[in-house]
Design a protein around this ligand. Structure first.
Ligand SMILES: [Zn+2]
Length: 248
């Protein structure tokens, strides 16, 4: 599986001394090109990935292409960037793309200590992301607002086949608010908990539809245990009181 840019750059950074330079990373351009032979902008991708690592607090910039590693856990951001989807026409497509980008930058593996997941190609059945380290697979579901007890699934048969094979991916539910460009709640459900009786087939698409005869599904998630990834939180009262004094 193709590792994500973030995972590749992190691996290189891990081998560098606490202080390093952009040049140290650019030396690995040829190694990186082996993973992404079609990419003609490896250096730009290195810079972009370093910015992400900086935004997540893992490295600090000091100007002139000099960096230091910060020995802290990555900080993930709930902010969704809706500016990336201008070249797409449907709202659903835009939402899908920006959410996948958010997930690629912010999701980590729950099953092992990998800090990033790899986006799978668009035609991969059932799953959207996978962990390059432990091979855990994840399906991303997003909604502007809150999900109810039943969520829309994709194709019926591949999901049932995956469940029967004991390979149902974990579900990551992202409930966002487009007005604030932010994820409000993120929850994860374990794949093995999604049993076949929870998958409800929909009516086949009509003959007039582009994908006539295609059968989608709904997945009943009501009552399943979940863990929280993102949730609204309030600030420490001590900090609020201290800040209050500064504005008086
Ligand atoms: Zn993993």
């Amino acid at each position: 599986m193709q590792p994500s840019w973030k995972a590749l750059i992190q691996e290189i950074v891990a081998q560098l001394p606490a202080e390093f330079s952009l040049r140290d990373l650019l030396k690995h351009e040829a190694d990186l090109a082996r993973f992404y032979p079609a990419n003609k902008h490896i250096a730009a991708k290195i810079r972009q990935t370093l910015q992400i690592l900086r935004d997540q607090g893992m490295i600090a910039f000091h100007g002139d292409g000099r960096y230091t590693k910060r020995n802290v856990a990555p900080r993930y951001s709930p902010i969704i960037d809706f500016s990336g989807g201008e070249n797409l026409t449907s709202r659903a497509q835009i939402a899908r793309q920006v959410l996948e980008t958010w997930a690629e930058l912010n999701l980590f593996c729950f099953a092992c200590d990998a800090d990033a997941l790899t986006r799978l190609t668009a035609n991969t059945p059932v799953a959207d992301f996978a962990c390059a380290k432990c091979a855990a697979r994840y399906q991303l579901k997003g909604k502007n607002g809150r999900f109810g007890g039943t969520i829309p699934g994709a194709a019926y048969k591949p999901l049932v086949d995956a469940i029967r094979a004991g390979a149902c991916p974990h579900y990551v539910l992202v409930e966002y608010d487009e007005r604030y460009s932010t994820v409000v709640f993120g929850t994860a459900i374990a794949g093995p908990h999604i049993t076949e009786d929870r998958v409800i087939a929909r009516k086949p698409l009509a003959e007039s539809a582009r994908r006539a005869g295609w059968i989608g599904c709904s997945v009943v998630i009501e009552g399943l245990p979940s863990v929280a990834l993102v949730e609204p939180t309030s600030l420490d009262p001590g900090k609020v009181r201290a800040d209050w004094q500064t504005i008086l």
